[in-house]
Design a protein around this ligand. Structure first.
Ligand code: THU
Length: 122
Protein backbone atom coordinates (compact mmCIF):
# COMPACT_ATOMS: atom_id res chain seq x y z
CA UNK A 1 0.00 0.00 0.00
CA UNK A 2 1.35 3.43 -0.92
CA UNK A 3 1.25 6.39 1.44
CA UNK A 4 -1.26 8.00 -0.93
CA UNK A 5 -3.57 5.00 -0.68
CA UNK A 6 -3.19 5.02 3.10
CA UNK A 7 -4.21 8.67 3.18
CA UNK A 8 -7.26 7.84 1.03
CA UNK A 9 -8.24 5.25 3.63
CA UNK A 10 -7.98 7.92 6.33
CA UNK A 11 -10.16 10.27 4.29
CA UNK A 12 -12.81 7.59 3.81
CA UNK A 13 -12.75 6.76 7.52
CA UNK A 14 -13.30 10.42 8.47
CA UNK A 15 -16.90 10.09 7.25
CA UNK A 16 -17.56 7.89 10.29
CA UNK A 17 -16.22 10.40 12.85
CA UNK A 18 -18.47 11.29 15.76
CA UNK A 19 -17.80 15.02 16.10
CA UNK A 20 -21.08 16.77 16.93
CA UNK A 21 -19.39 19.44 19.08
CA UNK A 22 -16.51 20.61 16.89
CA UNK A 23 -17.96 19.50 13.54
CA UNK A 24 -14.34 18.70 12.70
CA UNK A 25 -14.13 15.12 11.45
CA UNK A 26 -10.76 13.40 11.48
CA UNK A 27 -9.80 10.02 10.04
CA UNK A 28 -6.64 7.98 10.57
CA UNK A 29 -5.32 4.86 8.86
CA UNK A 30 -2.52 2.94 10.56
CA UNK A 31 -0.44 0.50 8.52
CA UNK A 32 1.14 -2.32 10.48
CA UNK A 33 4.06 -4.43 9.33
CA UNK A 34 1.77 -7.31 8.38
CA UNK A 35 0.06 -5.04 5.86
CA UNK A 36 -3.07 -4.71 7.96
CA UNK A 37 -4.70 -1.30 8.12
CA UNK A 38 -6.39 -0.08 11.28
CA UNK A 39 -8.74 2.83 10.83
CA UNK A 40 -9.75 5.27 13.52
CA UNK A 41 -11.88 8.38 13.84
CA UNK A 42 -12.31 11.07 16.46
CA UNK A 43 -15.06 10.29 18.94
CA UNK A 44 -16.23 13.31 20.94
CA UNK A 45 -18.16 13.57 24.16
CA UNK A 46 -20.38 16.20 25.82
CA UNK A 47 -17.69 16.33 28.53
CA UNK A 48 -15.24 17.75 26.00
CA UNK A 49 -11.87 16.54 27.38
CA UNK A 50 -13.09 12.95 27.24
CA UNK A 51 -13.14 12.89 23.46
CA UNK A 52 -10.53 10.78 21.69
CA UNK A 53 -8.52 11.67 18.59
CA UNK A 54 -8.55 9.57 15.44
CA UNK A 55 -4.89 8.54 15.76
CA UNK A 56 -5.30 7.28 19.29
CA UNK A 57 -8.50 5.46 18.35
CA UNK A 58 -6.61 3.62 15.57
CA UNK A 59 -3.64 2.72 17.78
CA UNK A 60 -6.00 1.66 20.56
CA UNK A 61 -7.76 -0.72 18.19
CA UNK A 62 -4.52 -2.32 17.03
CA UNK A 63 -3.35 -2.82 20.61
CA UNK A 64 -6.74 -4.08 21.83
CA UNK A 65 -7.58 -6.40 18.96
CA UNK A 66 -4.18 -7.72 17.90
CA UNK A 67 -1.77 -6.99 20.75
CA UNK A 68 0.32 -4.65 18.62
CA UNK A 69 3.23 -2.92 20.30
CA UNK A 70 5.73 -0.10 19.64
CA UNK A 71 7.71 -0.90 16.48
CA UNK A 72 4.88 -2.91 14.91
CA UNK A 73 3.76 -0.06 12.66
CA UNK A 74 5.11 1.31 9.44
CA UNK A 75 3.08 4.44 8.86
CA UNK A 76 -0.02 6.37 9.81
CA UNK A 77 -2.05 8.71 7.62
CA UNK A 78 -4.21 11.41 9.19
CA UNK A 79 -6.59 13.92 7.65
CA UNK A 80 -5.35 16.69 9.98
CA UNK A 81 -2.12 17.81 11.57
CA UNK A 82 -1.66 15.62 14.67
CA UNK A 83 -2.21 17.36 18.00
CA UNK A 84 0.55 17.53 20.62
CA UNK A 85 -0.79 14.62 22.65
CA UNK A 86 -1.06 12.39 19.58
CA UNK A 87 2.51 13.29 18.62
CA UNK A 88 3.62 11.82 21.93
CA UNK A 89 1.75 8.61 21.06
CA UNK A 90 3.31 8.48 17.59
CA UNK A 91 6.78 8.73 19.13
CA UNK A 92 5.98 6.07 21.73
CA UNK A 93 4.77 3.59 19.08
CA UNK A 94 7.83 4.32 16.89
CA UNK A 95 6.02 4.99 13.65
CA UNK A 96 8.38 5.29 10.68
CA UNK A 97 6.30 7.83 8.79
CA UNK A 98 3.47 10.18 9.64
CA UNK A 99 1.54 11.27 6.54
CA UNK A 100 -0.95 14.05 7.15
CA UNK A 101 -2.84 16.96 5.70
CA UNK A 102 -1.05 20.03 7.01
CA UNK A 103 -2.57 23.39 7.87
CA UNK A 104 -2.15 24.51 4.25
CA UNK A 105 -4.04 21.51 2.86
CA UNK A 106 -0.87 19.78 1.64
CA UNK A 107 -0.20 16.10 2.25
CA UNK A 108 3.21 15.95 3.94
CA UNK A 109 5.34 13.20 5.49
CA UNK A 110 7.49 13.45 8.60
CA UNK A 111 9.18 11.17 11.09
CA UNK A 112 7.67 11.36 14.60
CA UNK A 113 10.95 12.80 15.94
CA UNK A 114 10.60 15.73 13.58
CA UNK A 115 7.10 16.40 14.88
CA UNK A 116 8.14 16.22 18.53
CA UNK A 117 11.86 16.75 19.10
CA UNK A 118 13.61 15.93 22.37
CA UNK A 119 10.67 13.83 23.44
CA UNK A 120 9.85 12.97 27.02
CA UNK A 121 10.95 9.45 27.90
CA UNK A 122 10.34 7.52 31.11
N1 THU B 1 -8.49 15.73 16.49
C1 THU B 1 -8.06 14.49 16.10
O1 THU B 1 -8.85 13.54 15.98
N2 THU B 1 -6.73 14.31 15.86
C2 THU B 1 -5.79 15.32 15.98
O2 THU B 1 -4.61 15.05 16.03
C3 THU B 1 -6.27 16.70 16.03
C4 THU B 1 -7.60 16.86 16.68
C5 THU B 1 -9.92 15.91 16.77
C6 THU B 1 -10.20 16.09 18.24
C7 THU B 1 -11.54 16.79 18.19
O3 THU B 1 -12.58 15.83 18.12
C8 THU B 1 -11.51 17.57 16.89
O4 THU B 1 -10.42 17.05 16.14
C9 THU B 1 -11.34 19.06 17.06
O5 THU B 1 -10.26 19.33 17.89
Amino acid sequence: MTDGELHERAQAAAARAYAPYSNFSVGAALLDRDGRVWEGVNVENAAYPLGICAERAAIGRAVSEAGRRPGDFEAIAITASPCGGCRQWLVEFRLERVVYTDNHGRIVTHAPDELLPDTFVL
